[in-house]
Write a protein that binds this ligand. Structure first.
Ligand SMILES: Cc1cc2nc3c(=O)[nH]c(=O)nc-3n(C[C@H](O)[C@H](O)[C@H](O)COP(=O)(O)OP(=O)(O)OC[C@H]3O[C@@H](n4cnc5c(N)ncnc54)[C@H](O)[C@@H]3O)c2cc1C
Length: 500
């Protein structure tokens, strides 16, 4: 265990050393710290976070209604019981994370306001050197670490993705991206267009429906929604029976995972039936004769993208009441007063909200180098969706897209702690994912199989991502049910990881 401050050199003025450096204090980084503290208590560590508080996604997004679309029994950590309704607002998720930080005294390890810019590996010293700027003072600071645990998420927090539509400069109203929601935004009595129909739009529309004059959801193509009550009967029963929270959490988690597994299987085996069931669920909540197929019947198969759970069917209530309406069409151009669609419809609005998603960013926009050579992650092959060929002593937490992200963050955390113990026992300082001789002719594939999973923000940026291989060691599985068996038993000495 070591934490030392060396004598000042040039700029930056000092270097602080930790055994492990965690990047990001979102749900993955806080989880990583908990696991490290519990499973590797002898390791010194720090979390560097560019924002002024923890939460990541749940701090960045402040648009009205911001909530999870996963249940918190599985989006919450396996080690910390969730005691509320399954779908939670950002505030409740932040409160839950705050409890994890307090109960485990993690706050002392977090340094906020540190934007990391570079990470350089030296094989001579077997160390990462991480340079960051302190946001409040502008001061450059430097850290060294034996191991880098990247929990920086997968998209750029500073700004969302807004396509460049013709005529945007001509529009006289306000354009807002939900990721940078202004504190003083006021929708009262306004005519609003929301572009996009993903989970963000499904959350925002009901949250502003009471205030606006009217809100139109303009979508290029429909999304699957799964309406249901925001309750969990099994959890409620177990709570009534005074079953300890830890048991309730685990039992309900397992039940939800089983139900999700069955739904996934149904989507794979009988996509048409799954589609019909999903559409029927929506149909029940809309007025007689509503064109469900046009506005809620996607072209993709169920489960090629995350299916957004809509608590209490709230977006459909807005449509039924006439406060919200759907337009399925493409944008021809923005106009002074709103949007002209390709089919010639003129939509007018005081405010246009572009719920058009994220800008994927690979490894927090940090410039990586290994022994002075810049790393282009698109040239690397991933080891189990966590590590990269040619990049030593580094793990990236990339959660599930269809199941809850945190399920994988927990699995990866256990893996990292097992790997660190393995290295200590073997007396080695470096682990480097390396293609074995039997992998030399392996076909290299895109990070995600576009036929299996195809949301826009991934397909837009797939060329930036590391490659996968045909063999399971070189793949990023999106299958929790496979990984929960495979990762805890993954052979650390099968030749894919080379130690020094
Ligand atoms: C609106 C929204 C709703 C979502 N809902 C769900 C859901 O219901 N279920 C689900 O499974 N997933 C959901 N997701 C996906 C979600 O992003 C993840 O589930 C999860 O919150 C990601 O956590 P994370 O800690 O890995 O990353 P993030 O939450 O992205 O946190 C990363 C942190 O790292 C910091 N960071 C990044 N780069 C640097 C740097 N260079 N230097 C210093 N710090 C840095 C960031 O400031 C941030 O605090 C949602 C995403 C969004 C945007």
């Amino acid at each position: 265990m070591s934490e030392t401050t060396t004598a000042p050199t040039a700029t930056p003025t000092s270097t602080t050393h930790f055994d492990v450096l965690i990047v990001g204090a979102g749900i993955s980084g806080i989880g990583a710290a908990y696991h490290l503290g519990t499973e590797c208590p002898d390791k010194s560590y720090v979390i560097l976070e560019s924002m002024d508080s923890f939460g990541g996604t749940w701090k960045t997004h402040t648009y009205p209604g911001i909530r999870s679309d996963s249940d918190l029994f599985t989006f919450g950590y396996k080690f910390k019981p969730w005691k509320d309704a399954p779908i939670a607002s950002a505030d409740k998720i932040l409160a839950y994370m705050n409890e994890v930080i307090d109960e485990n005294d993690l706050g002392q390890h977090i340094r906020y306001g540190h934007l990391i810019e570079t990470a350089s590996w030296s094989s001579e010293d077997n160390l990462w050197t991480i340079s960051a700027t302190q946001r409040d003072s502008g001061e450059k600071v430097q850290f060294t670490a034996n191991f880098l645990w990247m929990c920086q998420g997968y998209y750029r927090h500073s700004k969302g993705h807004t396509p460049d539509w013709p005529g945007m400069d001509d529009y006289a109203g306000e354009i807002i991206h939900p990721q940078t929601w202004p504190d003083d935004a006021d929708m009262t009595g306004k005519n609003v267009i929301v572009i996009g129909s993903g989970a963000t739009a499904a959350t925002l529309v009901p949250a502003i429906a009471a205030d606006v004059d009217h809100v139109t959801v303009l979508q290029r193509s429909p999304t699957y929604f799964f309406p249901g009550e925001n309750t969990n009967e099994l959890a409620d029963t177990l709570r009534e029976l005074d079953i300890p929270d830890e048991w309730t959490h685990e039992i309900v988690r397992q039940k939800i995972l089983k139900d999700q597994h069955d739904l996934t299987q149904l989507c794979i085996d009988y996509p048409e039936l799954a589609r019909e069931e999903l559409l029927n669920g929506v149909r029940e909540l809309l007025p007689e004769g509503y064109d469900v197929e046009k506005h809620f019947g996607p072209r993709y198969r169920p489960w090629q993208q995350r299916i957004a759970f809509v608590p209490d069917g709230d977006i459909f209530a807005g449509i039924s009441s006439g406060k919200a309406s759907m337009v399925t069409d493409e944008i021809e151009t923005f106009t002074e007063k709103g949007i002209l669609t390709k089919s010639g419809e003129q939509l007018e609005a005081d405010v246009i909200i572009t719920a058009t998603g994220f800008d994927l960013c690979v490894l927090g926009d940090i410039a990586f180098s290994v022994d002075g050579n810049p790393v282009d992650f698109a040239d690397t092959v991933t080891y189990r969706g966590m590590m990269f060929t040619g990049v030593p002593n580094m793990v990236w937490v990339f959660g599930y897209f269809r199941a809850s992200w945190t399920l994988r963050a927990d699995l990866v955390s256990d893996f990292v702690c097992r790997l660190l113990h393995h290295m200590d026992e073997a007396g080695v300082a470096r682990v480097l994912p390396t293609l074995r001789s039997q992998d030399a002719d392996m076909e290299l594939l895109p990070w995600l199989d576009g036929d299996n999973f195809n949301p826009g923000y991934m397909t837009r940026s797939m060329h930036l991502m590391p490659k996968c291989g045909e063999k399971h060691q070189w793949q990023h599985s999106q299958n929790y049910w496979v990984e929960k068996e495979e990762l805890p038993l993954a052979d650390l000495d099968d030749g894919c990881l080379v130690y020094d």
